[in-house]
Design a protein around this ligand. Sequence first.
Ligand code: ZN
Length: 286
Amino acid sequence: MEFNRYSRQILAFGQEGQNKIESANVAVVGLGGIGSQIVQALAHLGVGSFVLIDDDFVDISNLNRLIGATSQDAEEKTLKTVVSERQIRNINPKAKVQPILKNLRSADAIKALIECPIIFGCVDHDGPRLVLMELASAYKRILIDSATEIIPEGDKITSFDGRVVISRDGDYCLDCAQQIDMDRAKWELESPETRESRRAHGYGLPDITNAPAVISLNGVIANLAVTEFLVLVTGLREPNHHLTYYGLRGNVNIRINKRKDDCFTCGYLYGQCEGANIFRYILPGI
Ligand SMILES: [Zn+2]
């Protein structure tokens, strides 16, 4: 047998399985602690086509977990999308990469996602999570959404967890999985003026930026997400809808919740394709 860079994978999935991995066309939205690990693993697997979406730049506080980022990137405030693109090209120069250095709520990002069959959601907030969830349901795209949660309380940590939720063909969503706070999501999607006015009247929600983040927890969740992608594209098995990693116990649980009968999002009650009017989320001027 002649060896090539994918020989050890071909031993697992066969040439046919490897071809399926290489023909995959994925988008990764959010290129922080989780997204940068997902990108790295997908590039090593040989995934052939990437859309990368993030408008944030590297900060020194990201360097504990951002794959591919250097001190120079933090000093020069390199965009995270540029770091992930560089990482892919270093691993697999043949991969096609479409970097979108803009917010998810831009026409470029939304149009690119509509064309993408598999979307990895790696965002920090419920607002963008809601946009991705509606887009995936409306256009029947596969959404693999990943998140971690570390909750310190006094001198203890009460939660060191993460989860992956997979929606396919409108069969499940983050709302069915109870993994999105819809009030918070809608609040985050309001205009800054409306949000400020609400806050002034005592109806605001606390800011959740700068939450704790640890590379190994991100790695567990990122690789659970990539493994579910892998079993899906190679046909090894059906992917799970919902996996939770409990870091304080060290185990992974499969949740077998079904789609809610009256679910507004994956029940298509918003409409499908253009009918869902996902473009209403686009922010002016970007
Ligand atoms: Zn649902």
